[in-house]
Ligand binder design. Structure first.
Ligand SMILES: [Ca+2]
Length: 336
């Protein structure tokens, strides 16, 4: 990837790279099992001599890949959540080791265009707030919920005030990771270390599922179209699972490549966006399953392991955090 000179914006945040050209779209190109096919006139020349990937299963879509906007100055960012009402990104920062109960965790508020609005919008150890190392986040009403090392914590999306904390130590969690709400606002949290999904409603927590088939569950999201959750395996499998509270865990979609999947988002049009650490990639899958192994609509190649991603309200940008790089990238998503 090209490296552009970094510039300093008025608020002191550093931006590398440049804005993607507005006309850029990968949507006209589908790649199936290594065979390059152009479904319609592409907006730019497609190299028909594109080399196969290392794993031979997916070919890079198009001859070029836009540069992302880069948000720097973060402290171990592991997750991002977009607030469609305020049009801001919330970025969770570990600020230290993943499981250290150091009460210095931080949630940053960043404008839609990547401008840092408040690096320490929420700060552990300040104003009576406890926050160690925020992992996945989700928004229910006016509450931003974050999974932390030993608790689930809720903050007001506008004031940042701590509204609620649900202690999870009674379950001796392995690694609380991602959090999602169903259509009633009940929260479900993955435990990557113990192959569990917890349920949190009000102050009450319980184990909703414990199953080795979860294969070290990481990302979880509510799938409105099908009325259930999608859960990602971090343990090596390439099959994403679907699950409804009280029901069976079922294979949902199988990716052709990648692994150690971390974050998942489902766009309004049904396309599925997944981050993959094994091959440092973002995958965009079609709304409808395309077979035993999924067709990949778009694959974004990254430098480093992507953690828990988020998408904006329009579904045109995916925010990709990297814990080890102390930055978040904003990448354009192609149109279908
Ligand atoms: Ca910390």
């Amino acid at each position: 990837m090209r490296r552009m000179p970094r510039t300093t914006s008025s608020d002191g945040a550093l931006f590398g790279g440049r804005r993607a050209p507005r006309a850029l779209s990968w949507g006209a190109v589908l790649v199936v099992a290594g065979a390059l096919t152009s479904a319609a006139a592409a907006p730019f020349p497609i190299s028909t001599a594109a080399p196969p990937d290392e794993d031979g299963s997916v070919t890079r879509l198009g001859a070029q890949q836009a540069d992302p906007k880069v948000i720097t100055g973060l402290l171990g960012p592991e997750s991002v959540r977009f607030d469609p009402d305020q049009k801001v990104w919330f970025i969770g920062n570990w600020n230290g080791a993943a499981s250290a109960t150091d009460n210095n965790g931080m949630i940053s508020r960043v404008l839609e265009d990547g401008t840092v609005d408040a690096l320490d919008f929420i700060q552990g150890g300040r104003n009576g707030t406890t926050l160690h190392a925020p992992r996945g986040m989700t928004i229910v009403g006016d509450t931003l919920w974050a999974a932390d090392v030993d608790a689930i914590r809720g903050f007001h999306v506008r004031s940042g005030e701590l509204l609620a904390a649900v202690d999870m130590t009674r379950w001796e969690p392995g690694f609380l990771n991602d959090i999602a709400a169903d259509d009633s606002g009940t929260l479900y949290i993955t435990d990557t270390g113990r192959n569990r999904i917890y349920r949190v409603r009000g102050a009450n927590s319980s184990i909703a599922l414990e199953d080795s088939m979860l294969n070290r569950p990481n990302g979880i999201t509510w799938n409105e179209r099908e009325g259930d959750f999608v859960v990602l395996p971090f343990g090596g499998s390439q099959t994403l699972m679907s699950w409804r509270a009280g029901g069976e865990l079922r294979p949902w979609r199988t990716l052709p490549s990648g692994g150690r999947y971390d974050g998942i988002e489902i766009l309004h049009d049904g396309r599925v966006v997944v981050s993959s650490q094994t091959d440092s990639s973002i995958y965009v899958l079609p709304a409808e399953s395309s077979g035993r192994v999924e067709t990949v609509l778009q694959r974004i190649r990254l430098e480093g392991a992507p953690a828990d991603i988020a998408v904006d309200a329009a579904g045109t940008t995916v925010a990709v955090p990297y814990v080890a790089r102390n930055l978040v990238e904003l990448w354009p998503i192609g149109t279908p």
